[in-house]
Design a protein around this ligand. Sequence first.
Ligand code: NAD
Length: 281
Amino acid sequence: MELLEGKLVSQKTKDELKLEVESLKKEGINPKLAVIMVGNDSASQIYVRNKNKACEYVGIEFEEYLLSEETKQEELLELIEKLNNKKEINGILLQSPIPRHLDINEAFRKISPEKDVDGFNPINVGKLVLGQDTFISCTPFGIIKILEDYNIEIEGKNAVVIGRSNIVGKPMSQCLLNKNATVTICHSKTKDLPSITKNADILVVAIGKPCFVTKDMVKPGAVVIDVGINRMEDGKLKGDVDFDGVKDKVSYITPVPGGVGPMTVAMLMTNVIKAAKNQNK
Ligand code: NAD
């Protein structure tokens, strides 16, 4: 078994991007990301801090907009509109979750597709489905990048994705299809899940249940990508895959932490730089 060390691939990616930003700055292009956070979800605060740190490292300017828990939908949309119109802002990210009284889908629709570095605007989702150039949402994009970095072939492989969320499962399935895998999507209503996962050459697990995928569910020699981040009672993080049980049966596996998580931030940086370049063509 070989570990797919997202942490290392992420570092390499950020180092490459840092050099790219240095040369863009010489051309007068200063990539800039605006992050909107509504309320004070503690996990979101950590995610936003990590994104800020990564921006600092790569040389991307970072602007944070903290809105109160009581923010009205119109106020959120007005802020997005203002950022859409600000020329110096290249990427806009709305950190989820946002308070329940707000409509996040309407907010994602409002973010200009050219600045939608999370790839959640339906226009960009549609482009992904059509196989057109777009902003791919950062977690699936990062997973494809890890597979490519380790020279793992996707074309012609049986890929199974467990989870169909708009953020991970659906765009992941589409990315694998765009790379010519034969893709099966499983979810909470799927019957006899092991019979499907046992055929997976590439198994991506994104459900949010610790150690859900066990040894008997994986094919010998499979490539296993564990997207899950589950905080246990002892404070440790666990993935959706029973790592210790599965590791000797598979060819490659991502650890948690240090696998998919760090890639998500690196791909956000990639998308912001792409947006800055597109907007300065
Ligand atoms: P979600 O709750 O939106 O979706 C979970 C999906 O899992 C659903 O589609 C559901 O149908 C499916 N599911 C639930 N129980 C199932 C079962 N018993 N059998 C089969 N399918 C089942 O979650 P999400 O936002 O996609 O996140 C999934 C996990 O990935 C979470 O642990 C989350 O923290 C993590 N995550 C990690 C990153 C990262 O950067 N590494 C990014 C996003 C999400």
